[in-house]
Design a protein around this ligand. Structure first.
Ligand code: ZN
Length: 307
């Protein structure tokens, strides 16, 4: 064999090995790091909830405002390249005398070419429900959760009843392309808390930085005792919790700049929580199957009941 042929073959072999290793690392690898942990005690949260009197939410309503589609491996590393639905939701906790909005989806312009569907009527109902809400909560500062708030025509009037956390306000770069109008937050007093905080009867925030610095979960205990955990994008799909696999590193490192170890710790804690307390409805940020199942079970109600 001529020397140049041998050298070429060796080069191709080296490239294949390096390329294969890079592909595995970026797209497939998703082992639980040994130092992943998330301190979370559901009973502490329940005790704090029990100490706050008042009517709890009678219903938890959901609007499906639009949908993205991502390759499966972007959602659960190693799951391949078939496209999977990523519905975008807003939730409304309906009390006898008030309501709370959790997450505000986005408008069509913010979604741009990433949106495969957009429901203008759902969006209009959500924007209207925000106006009459006594409290607006955001699971995290990404545009598909904070976007409806940033573009709301009555933003100035909404801000006093909006509980953005300090971490969410301090990382506007994470919200792009969504952004608050220049100066809108200049006098805003963000919410500060450690670990968890009850913000209304039956509702607690649980700090969960990792996916973004301002990520938090929203624990809800309905009037009938049913518990829900709106986990934002700690997991996009329930499968992340089930098989304990994160998004592909290509996504977490180069698109999201995630604290991957922190998210792994949260996935493990939610996995354990589900084993110990299977009746708590864990609701990932973008899982149509889970939401449909909860609608069927009557744990969620379809559409916001606003004029
Ligand atoms: Zn999201």
């Amino acid at each position: 064999m001529p020397i140049w042929v041998r050298r070429t073959l060796i080069s191709i072999g080296v490239l294949a090995v390096v390329g294969g290793a890079a592909y595995y690392w970026l797209v497939v690898e998703s082992r639980m790091p040994s130092d992943a942990e998330f301190a979370f005690d559901i009973n502490q949260v329940r005790r704090a909830i029990a100490a706050v009197p008042g009517d709890k939410p009678a219903t938890v309503e959901v609007e499906h405002v639009g949908s993205f589609q991502f390759p499966a491996t972007a959602i659960v590393a190693g799951d391949g390249w078939a496209l999977r639905d990523m519905p975008v939701y807003s939730f409304r906790l309906a009390y006898p005398d008030r309501s709370i909005i959790v997450d505000t989806a986005l408008n069509e312009e913010l979604g741009g070419g990433n949106l495969v569907t957009f429901d203008a009527e759902a969006y209009t109902r959500m924007m209207s429900a925000m106006t009459s809400a006594s409290l607006i909560l955001i699971t995290h500062e990404h545009m598909d959760h904070i976007g409806g708030l940033t573009v709301h025509p009555d933003l100035v009037a909404l801000l006093p009843s909006t509980a953005l956390t300090r971490e969410q306000v301090e990382h506007p770069e994470r919200s792009l392309p969504a952004r608050f109008p220049e100066g809108a937050l200049d006098d805003y007093q963000p919410l500060e808390y450690e670990q968890f905080k009850v913000v209304a009867p039956g509702v607690a925030l649980i700090k969960a930085p990792g996916h973004t610095p301002g990520s938090q979960m929203v624990y809800v205990q309905k009037a009938n005792g049913q518990e829900l955990l709106l986990i934002g994008d700690v997991a996009w799909h329930y499968r992340n919790i089930e098989v304990l696999r994160e998004r592909a590193r290509l996504v977490t490192r180069f698109f999201l700049n995630e604290d991957r170890t922190a998210v792994f710790g949260q996935l493990a804690a939610l996995h354990e929580l589900h084993l110990a307390e299977p009746d708590i409805a864990i609701v990932p940020g973008h899982d149509g199957g889970i939401v449909d199942g909860l609608l069927e079970a009557g744990i969620l109600a379809r559409g916001f009941s606003v004029e």
